[in-house]
Design a protein around this ligand. Structure first.
Ligand SMILES: C[S@@+](CC[C@H](N)C(=O)[O-])C[C@H]1O[C@@H](n2cnc3c(N)ncnc32)[C@H](O)[C@@H]1O
Length: 232
C-alpha cells in the first residue's frame, strides 16, 4: 500500500470509489479519451476492431457492458441497424446520463440503458453479442459477469473484450506502473487491475477464438465464441 501511494498509483477501488470517480469525470469523459492519442493509444481504431470481431448481423441484440457514455453506440448501430437492439449497462448514473444525452441527440429508439453492476446484471435470455471496452478490468467479479454473459449468448455468438492489461515484454513490463498512472489512472485503473486476466474467463466459459495484443501488449482484444452444439 505504501509503495503504491509513493508511486502515486491509485489503490484498488471498490464500486463506490469507481462510481464517485466517474460521477466527477462523466461530463469530460469523451474529451479525456482524446488525450490518449497523445501517447499513441488509438482507441477509436481499437474499438472498430473489437466491434468487427463481434461479427454482428442486422437486427441483432448486443449488450455493451460498462458502456459509459455510449462511445461504442454509433459503431454498434452500423452493425445492427435500426431493427437491432443495443443494451448499455453501467454502474454509474452520471455516465448513463451522458449516454442518454447521446441517444437523444441521435434520435436512436433502439438503445436501452440499464443501471447495474456488471457482476449482477441479468442478461436477456438470448443475445447475439456482448461487448465490453475498457470496463471489465475494473470489475473484480469479471468471471461472474463473463459466465452470466456466456449463458445468455446464442450458439455461435461472441463476447468481445477490449481492455488494458499488464504487458509481458521486459521494457513494457517495467514501464507499466508509469503507463498505468498516466493512461489508466485517470479512469480508475490500477496496475493491480491491469494484472487481471479476463480472457482466461472467456476461455473457461466459451471458446477463446481470438487474442490480439495492442499497444505493445499494454492492451488487447479477446473474443470468446459460444460453441454450436453438434447436430446428430
Ligand atoms: C473507462 S470507462 C469505459 C466506458 C466505455 N465502455 C468506453 O469504452 O468508453 C469504464 C466504465 O465502466 C463502468 N464500470 C465500472 N465498474 C463497473 C461495474 N462493476 N459494473 C458496470 N459498470 C462498471 C464505469 O462506470 C465506467 O462508465
Amino acid at each position: 500500500m505504501a509503495a503504491a501511494a509513493k508511486s502515486g498509483l491509485l489503490e484498488n477501488r471498490d464500486s463506490d470509489g469507481l462510481i464517485s470517480l466517474y460521477r466527477k469525470r462523466a461530463k469530460r469523459y469523451d474529451w479525456s479519451t482524446l488525450l490518449l492519442y497523445f501517447v499513441g493509444f488509438r482507441h477509436w481504431a481499437y474499438r472498430k476492431r473489437a466491434i468487427h470481431s463481434l461479427a454482428l448481423n442486422p437486427s441483432d441484440t448486443v449488450v455493451d457492458l460498462g458502456c459509459g457514455t455510449g462511445l461504442n453506440f454509433s459503431l454498434l448501430q452500423e452493425q445492427v441497424g435500426p431493427r437491432g437492439r443495443i443494451i448499455g449497462v453501467d454502474l454509474t448514473d452520471a455516465m448513463l446520463d451522458e449516454a442518454n444525452a447521446r441517444i437523444a441527440a441521435h434520435g436512436w429508439s433502439n438503445v436501452e440503458l440499464v443501471k447495474s453492476d456488471a457482476a449482477n446484471y441479468v442478461f436477456p435470455s438470448s443475445v447475439n453479442g456482448i461487448l465490453s471496452t475498457f470496463a471489465l478490468t475494473l470489475v473484480a467479479e469479471f468471471d461472474e459477469a463473463i459466465r452470466n454473459g456466456a449463458l445468455a449468448l446464442q450458439p455461435g455468438k461472441r463476447f468481445v473484450i477490449l481492455d488494458f492489461k499488464r504487458p509481458s515484454g521486459w521494457f513494457m513490463y517495467k514501464a507499466a506502473p508509469l503507463l498505468a498512472k498516466f493512461l489508466t489512472g485517470p479512469f480508475g485503473g490500477t496496475i493491480e487491475m491491469a494484472s487481471r486476466k479476463p480472457w482466461q474467463s472467456l476461455e473457461k466459459h466459451l471458446a477463446l477464438i481470438q487474442f490480439i495484443n495492442l499497444y505493445l501488449g499494454g492492451a488487447y482484444i479477446a473474443a470468446g465464441e459460444k460453441p454450436v452444439p453438434p447436430t446428430c
